[in-house]
Each structure stands twice: as C-alpha cells, then as structure tokens.
Design a protein around this ligand. Structure first.
Ligand SMILES: NC(=O)c1ccc[n+]([C@@H]2O[C@H](COP(=O)([O-])OP(=O)(O)OC[C@H]3O[C@@H](n4cnc5c(N)ncnc54)[C@H](OP(=O)(O)O)[C@@H]3O)[C@@H](O)[C@H]2O)c1
Length: 294
C-alpha cells in the first residue's frame, strides 16, 4: 500500500511520514512545494499518475489570525484544496483521510463536542475548514474526516515550542486560562490516520467510511494549565533550568484578530476503540517532544 501524504512538511505531515517510514510502509511525501492542493489540475495529475491506496491530507492554511485579512488564501487551500483532493480520490477510487478542526465550533458548549453538534465557526479559518468538510462530503468520494484540536509535536511551530522558547527567555509570562481544550500530540493523530487508511484501503468499513469523527488528546485542560505542565516537565527532564511563573490571564487580556472557541473539548472515542489504539495522553506526547528537545 502506497499512501500519498500532502502537506508533508507540516507538523502533522512530518509525523505521518515519520511513522510510515518507521513501519516500512510505502508512501509519497508531497510538501507544498511539490504539490499545491489548491491547484486542481496538479492534484488530478499527481493522484492519477501514482498507484495510491489512500490519500492522507495534512495540508492546510493554518494561520488562524492572518486568515481574517486574507480569506481567499484560506479558502483556496482549506475548501478548494480539500475539494480537489476529494475529486481526485473519487476518480482513483481510493479513500481520502482529511483533518479538520475544533474551530468549526463557537465554544459555547459546556460538555465535549460530538460530531453531531451544530457548527458555528467564529472566524475565517474555522469557516474555511468547515467548507472543506462540506466539499468532501458532497464529492461522492470515500472519506474519513477527523476533527482535532490544539495540535503539538516535534516538527514545526506549536504551543509547546513557543512555551519552551519563552520559558528560556523570561521569568514570568501570562497565559490564557479561560479557554479549555484537548491538546493533541501529532504522533497520536498520525497513528489514527495511518490505521484508518489501512483499514479503509483494505475494504469497506462502515464505522469509518464517509464518517466524521472527533479526536482530541486527554485530559482536557486550559492553555494556562498546559503551559504549567510543559514547564514542570521541561524542568524535570533538564530542558529548562527553571520554570517561569505562569500568570493566568483572560482571553480579553490577550486580544487576537481571530476569535477562538472558549471551550473545545473533543473526545477520542469511538475512534480509539474502533482502531484499537491507546488513549491519546498529551502528557505522554509532551514527553516525546521534550525527548527530542534535549
Ligand atoms: N495546529 C493545530 O493546532 C490544529 C488544530 C486543529 C486542527 N488542525 C488541522 O490539522 C491539520 C494539520 O495541521 P498542522 O498543525 O500540521 O499545520 P501546519 O504545521 O501549518 O502544516 C500545514 C502544512 O500545509 C502546507 N500547505 C499550506 N498550503 C498548502 C497548499 N496550497 N498545498 C499544499 N500544502 C499546503 C504547509 O506548507 P507550507 O508551510 O510550505 O505553506 C504546511 O506544511 C490541518 O488540517 C489543520 O487544519 C490543526
């Protein structure tokens, strides 16, 4: 089975490729410079000219704040790119595994978000990702959409890397305490996508085919709590000499161009059970990231 991985140089794409390589599985890694998913003809040619068993789409426009001022760019990748991949997957008769986001919700719930919950994106990024989901669902291809949240890993930029940098520079910092979510380690999410791709390319699978699932790390926490855990773990393993003081601030204290959901807890069930995978503990993922930082 050869898997086509798009967005292969992003934080998730790199994790997917690393796991496929470690497992000795065949894959073709396409970074944005190799394949622009917003280019329909290029996507069609690439998929038609390879003999792929599945596509794992890790490509996305992820600049949440910048998207507010350049919606065309966000929609070109997150909606049109998803649509292009879905059309090519349909023509090739292969499944498309696609990743979406908690930002399709407004965060007004007070219990974990389920795939059946009403969407109401607060900004352009979430709206463009939702449009991508809808384009895939309408395409007629075989697909699995996995919504995830608060992604971090060894590759690329993320909250953990930012905290480690700031922690080395400052004695104290303010971190938002009134947003609660599910930090998700790229290695866990990559394992889900690869296991699902294997299952779907082996034959029809009612629990995965044309389904929308949620997958967030556990336990849920605030950014403030997550930052405290990052610093405590970094000191414990010698990545930081000393933990800075982490002051709890509010979303209002830290204004950003795009609004973010205040509450975006995503469960990892039933996906973990369906695929026979372990619970996605972000503490374990954090240890993995710190191990490569030393
Ligand atoms: N990061 C999070 O916290 C988070 C939360 C929820 C959901 N997600 C979703 O998780 C998935 C993976 O995100 P990530 O965190 O790995 O993001 P990332 O690190 O920003 O990676 C996204 C990748 O997509 C590539 N890309 C951008 N435009 C492209 C295009 N037109 N054609 C092909 N590739 C393109 C980027 O390449 P360049 O860098 O070269 O532009 C980058 O390598 C995305 O679907 C995202 O929406 C992320």
């Amino acid at each position: 089975m050869t898997v086509l991985v798009t967005g292969a140089r992003g934080q998730l794409g790199a994790a997917v490729c690393a796991q496929l390589a470690a497992a000795g599985q065949r894959y073709t890694a396409m970074a944005s410079s190799d394949l622009d998913i917003g280019d329909g003809a290029a996507v069609a040619n690439t998929v038609a000219s390879g003999s792929y068993a599945a596509i794992i789409n890790c490509a996305a426009y992820t600049a949440v704040d910048k998207a507010e001022s350049e919606p065309e760019a966000a929609y070109r990748v997150n909606r049109d790119g998803a649509e292009n991949l879905a059309a090519a997957a349909k023509r090739a008769g292969i499944p498309l595994l696609h990743v979406s986001t908690d930002y399709v919700f407004d965060g007004s719930k007070t219990s974990a978000y389920q795939p059946s919950d009403a969407t109401a994106p607060l900004g352009v990024y979430g709206a463009s990702k939702l449009a991508g989901e809808q384009a895939i669902a309408a395409s007629g291809c075989r697909y699995l959409i996995v919504r995830t949240a608060w992604v971090f890993g060894e590759h690329g930029n993320n909250f953990v890397k930012t905290m480690l940098r700031l922690g080395a520079e400052r004695d104290q910092l303010g971190v938002v305490a009134d947003q609660v979510g599910s930090p998700t380690y790229t290695g866990d999410l990559a394992a889900v996508l690869i296991a699902a791709a294997q299952k779907m390319s082996a034959g029809s699978c009612a629990e995965l085919d044309n389904q929308l699932h949620h997958y967030g790390g556990t336990p849920s926490c605030s950014w403030h709590h997550f930052a405290g855990a990052i610093f405590a773990s970094a000191v414990a393993v010698g990545v930081l000499a000393k933990a800075p003081l982490v002051n709890a601030i509010t979303t209002a204290d830290y204004p950003t161009p795009a609004r973010r959901p205040a509450y975006s807890i995503l469960p990892h069930q039933p996906l973990t059970d369906l695929l026979g995978l372990a619970e996605p503990s972000w503490q374990r993922g954090l240890q993995q990231v710190l191990a490569t930082t030393r």
